[in-house]
Ligand binder design. Sequence first.
Ligand code: PLP
Length: 387
Amino acid sequence: DLHFAKSLSRLGTESAFVVLARAQALAAEGRDIINLGIGQPDFRTPDHIVEAGIKALRDGHHGYTPANGLPALREAVAADLHARHGTEVNPDNVVVVPGGKPTMFFAVLMFGEPGAEIMYPNPGFPIYESVIRYSGATPVPIRLREENGFAFSADEVLSQITPKTRLMIINSPANPTGGVTPRAEIDKLVAGLADHPQVAILSDEIYSQMLYDGREHVSLLQYPEIRDRLIMLDGWSKTYAMTGWRMGYAVWPDSCVEHVTRLCINDHSCVNAAAQFAGLAALTGPKDAVTDMVAQFDERRKIIVRELNTVPGFRCADAAGAFYAFPNIEGTGLTAKEAQDRFLDEAGVATVAGTSFGAMGEGYLRFSYANSAENIVEACNRIRKLF
Ligand code: PLP
C-alpha cells in the first residue's frame, strides 16, 4: 500500500474535464452530443501563429530558453500591455509560464500556508479554491451575485479582509459567469486596499479581450498605487485560441520576480521554445483573427441568452464577457448536478453544473458558447423538449 501525502486529499479538480471525458465517451458510443461544457474557443489557432511555431522548430529552436521566457517575447508582452492598457510594464517583471494556471499555483504557493487566508471568487474558476486548500491556507469566498451581474462588491470584499489575509484573487471578465466588474467598483476596491498594505492581489485577466456591448476592460495594471503587490495574469489560450500550446504569463511585482522564477526552474525549466515563438507572432502579427473570433462570440452570446431565457424555469442574465452564459435554473426544480447529468444523458447536451465552480454556484448551470450558432440553437431546443 502506498502512503500518499495528506495534502493530496485537499487537491480539487476542474469538473469541465470530467464532463468532457463523459461527453466524448458518449460520442464514441455513437450518441450525438453537443458540447457546451468545455471552456475553449472552437477556432483553430490563426495560421500565421502556427507557421511561426513550425518555423521555430525548423530553425533549430529545440533547447531551453531563459526560465522566465525569451527576452523578445517578454518585450512583446510589455508592448502589448502598453498598447491595450496604456500602462508601462518592465519586461523584467513579465514571467512566461505554460498557460494561465501555473501563475495561480505559484502565487498561491508563494503566499499560502496553514494560518493564512486567501480570498477567491465563488462561483469562480475551480482551480483557485483547489490550490488554496492544497497549500493549507484557508479559502475565503468572495460571493458573486446574479443581482450584481456577477460583479464583486468592493465593500463586501474589503469587509472580509482580516490580519491573516495574504492574497486576494479576482477575475473579470469571469469564468463561469461571464460577469464583468465595472471600473467604479474596482476604483473603490483599490482605494480601500490602501488600508491593507499586506494583501497581495492576483488579478486573473485571461478574458481581457472578450467583452461585449462596448464594455471596456479595466486592468488592475492601471492602478500604480498597487503595482508593488499586483500579480496580473493573462495569456494566449483564450485570445488566440491556443489552449493546447500552453502559453501564459503574468506581470509580477519586483519583490516576487526572483521567487516565481525559482518556482519555474523547479517546476518546468521553461516553456516549450517553439510555442514561445508562436506566442511572439501572435502578439506582433495581425489581429483580425481575434477581432473576428470575438465578433462571432458576440453573435452567439446574443443567441444563447435569448434561447436560454425561453427554457421553462431558466433565467439567464446578459453575459457581459468571456464566452459563458450562467443561467439560474432554480425554477426547473433540479439541482445543478441533476440538470448537468440529465441534459447530457437525456438530451445529449454537455454543460457544467454551477457547483463545479464552488458551493455558491448551486442553482446555476454554465453553458460555454464556444460552439456554432446552429448547435447552440439545437442544444436549447433539446433542453426545452425535456420540460
Ligand atoms: N483563468 C480562468 C478564469 C480560466 O477560465 C482559465 C481556463 O479556463 C484559465 C485561467 C487557465 O487557462 P490555461 O488553459 O491557459 O491554463
